[in-house]
Design a protein around this ligand. Structure first.
Ligand SMILES: [Zn+2]
Length: 122
């Protein structure tokens, strides 16, 4: 556990224990920053490769997977399956990862601006 985690946990505890008007701006900002942070997309759990978006939108969490495609050197600009890979194979199914915490860059920007305006006190 890092120092930041401890700081965040303490801020979360104060947020739940105190009436809202007694919670400091710094604690509130820490909790909001963690809530709206973007969880990074991990590498494929099967091969360590890059996952690509498979399903997005409609108010649902974005689903990523390792689709096994690569650029076809014989046909530049076109994709082909890597050797041993095929459409919706077992590797694809095992690599599915759902991005539940996609964050909110607008909220993070507002937090940055607020901190700048408050002179770094919060
Ligand atoms: Zn993979």
């Amino acid at each position: 556990m890092t120092g930041d985690d401890t700081q965040l946990r303490q801020a979360q505890r104060r947020l739940y224990d105190l009436p809202a008007e007694q919670v400091s701006d710094a604690d509130l900002l820490l909790v909001l920053e963690a809530r709206y942070a973007t969880e990074p997309v991990p590498p494929c759990r099967v091969c360590g490769g890059k996952l690509s978006i498979q399903c997005a939108g409609g108010g649902q969490a974005t689903v990523h997977a390792c689709d096994g495609k690569e650029e076809d050197p014989e046909q530049p600009g076109r994709l082909r399956y890597k050797p041993g890979r095929s459409l919706v194979d077992e590797h694809y199914s095992q690599s599915h990862w759902t991005h539940y915490q996609s964050g909110d860059s607008d909220v993070r920007e507002l937090i940055t601006r607020y901190r700048r305006q408050s002179g770094g006190d919060a």
